[in-house]
Design a protein around this ligand. Structure first.
Ligand SMILES: Nc1ncnc2c1ncn2[C@@H]1O[C@H](COP(=O)(O)OP(=O)(O)OP(=O)(O)O)[C@@H](O)[C@H]1O
Ligand SMILES: [Mg+2]
Length: 412
């Protein structure tokens, strides 16, 4: 892929480089006799050439529908979609390139290899199916197939019947078949979800290594945050048909912008905001929460107030028996309620006033149930987000047990 910018033919006038995907104002409605549901609500994003970009979100939020609109398998009610400056769909002009002419590599959850063909025949299939466009000699087809099989480390298996491969090998075959046309864009919809857990972890590494070797721009769809974190340059978190936040994995994790994003990626503590800060604007502001005033990072100019939350990750709380040095902000007295020794760390629930915060600490710290402790919520780790946790209460996703249950694992 060349690095030189092409002058944009996508209508925006902006320079466009090979492998760049632009999606603007994508809206998609499904109508049945009973109801009409808008499942994609004005989604826009750009994937830069060579990026590994992941759409991450819960089941039913519209990830596959977005991908299918990009592939040309669905038509948006409204959309402007362009790859490498080539307009593929534009509802203003009526432009629409059919899926078969979009030349993307695609792998879906059910990766549908041809069972009666050999591995090499499977890989060559897209080149034969689209012979007119690819115009390759038999020798060139052979070379392309070898190249694609080598990319996924299946070069020893070309002559084997495709069904006589393991699950992971079949997955790699599907990838080779998607890459053989040297596409500008690779679309992957939960391609690892049929594999067992061990193989899935292994294939994440393989897939990312292959993507880096080829430099192919990749749009990956998953509901699995570890997949998203381990492979992506950019993650876009999707919630009910809208992009809630887009950013590098670390930004999504440490600087979530909404309570939904914070709770969807990893465990977190959410404290309810009870009064807006005295001072408006962004930066480090004092915010009244259910445990008292907290200095927190406010990233947006949108005013925060009741109905919003402060996020702090469990591993960021600092717990000590002795009071921290004078002058530290965000320090509270608390009581350990439930210590759970997990080997690599110790998980503690700590009561601060009427709130319960969860934290993970080094397992060397032998905290026991009922211990009085000091808890510091480091200012740079406290982030104000819009919205509150779904459901009643303010805090942790998933792990608060029944308070009446006996302590079965007190780490003394
Ligand atoms: N052809 C269709 N007709 C009607 N509704 C549809 C159709 N395809 C998808 N939907 C609805 O659109 C919504 C989004 O579906 P989509 O498949 O995009 O979700 P997803 O984020 O990929 O979920 P999952 O993680 O479960 O694959 C869902 O509510 C789904 O039921
Ligand atoms: Mg899906």
């Amino acid at each position: 892929m060349s690095e030189s910018p092409l002058q944009g033919q996508d209508g925006s006038g902006a320079p466009v480089r090979p492998g760049q995907l632009t999606v603007r104002n994508l809206v998609k409605t499904f109508a049945s006799r009973q109801e009409t549901v808008q499942v994609i609500k004005d989604v826009s994003f750009t994937i830069e050439p060579g990026q590994f970009f992941t759409l991450l979100g819960p089941s039913g939020c519209g990830k596959s529908t977005t991908l299918r609109c990009i592939a040309g398998l669905e038509r948006g009610d409204r959309a402007h979609i362009a790859v490498s400056g080539r307009v593929l769909a534009d509802t203003d002009t009526g432009a629409f390139v059919p899926a078969s002419d979009r030349d993307f590599g695609m792998v879906f959850q059910s990766y549908a290899i041809w069972p009666h063909m050999t591995v090499a025949q499977n890989v060559a299939f897209p080149l034969h199916a689209n012979r007119r466009r690819h115009q390759l000699s038999r020798k060139e087809v052979g070379e392309r197939v070898e190249e694609a099989l080598a990319l996924v480390r299946l070069d020893q298996f070309g002559g084997r019947i495709a069904t006589k491969l393991s699950g992971g090998q079949q997955q790699r075959l599907a990838l080779a078949r998607a890459l053989v046309t040297r596409p500008d864009l690779l679309l992957l919809d939960e391609p690892l979800s049929n594999l067992d857990a061990g193989l899935r972890d292994h294939m994440r590494g393989e897939l990312r290594a292959m993507q880096l070797r080829t430099g192919v721009t990749t749009l990956y769809v998953t509901h699995d945050q570890s997949e998203a974190f381990s492979m992506s340059d950019v993650i876009a978190v999707m919630d009910a048909g809208v992009l809630a936040q887009q950013g590098a994995p670390r930004d999504i994790y440490w600087r979530p912008s909404t309570a939904f994003v914070a709770t969807f990626v990893g465990q977190t503590n959410l404290l309810s905001v009870v009064r807006p800060p005295l001072q408006a604007g962004s930066g480090i502001l004092s915010v009244e929460t259910t445990i008292g005033p907290l200095l927190v990072n406010v990233a947006s100019e949108r005013p925060i107030g009741p109905g919003d939350s402060v996020v702090i990750r469990p591993e960021d709380l600092q717990v000590t028996r002795e009071p921290p040095l004078d002058g530290r902000a965000n320090v509270f007295r608390g009581r350990v309620r439930r210590p759970t020794f997990l080997g690599e760390n110790i998980e503690l629930e700590i009561e601060i006033g009427s709130e319960l915060l969860m934290t993970r600490q080094h397992p060397r710290f032998a905290f026991g149930a009922g211990d009085e402790v000091y808890v510091e919520l480091p200012v740079d780790r406290c982030v104000a987000v819009s919205g509150a946790a779904a459901g009643v209460g303010s805090h942790i996703r998933g792990t608060i047990g029944d308070p009446a249950a006996p302590h079965t694992n007190a780490a003394q």
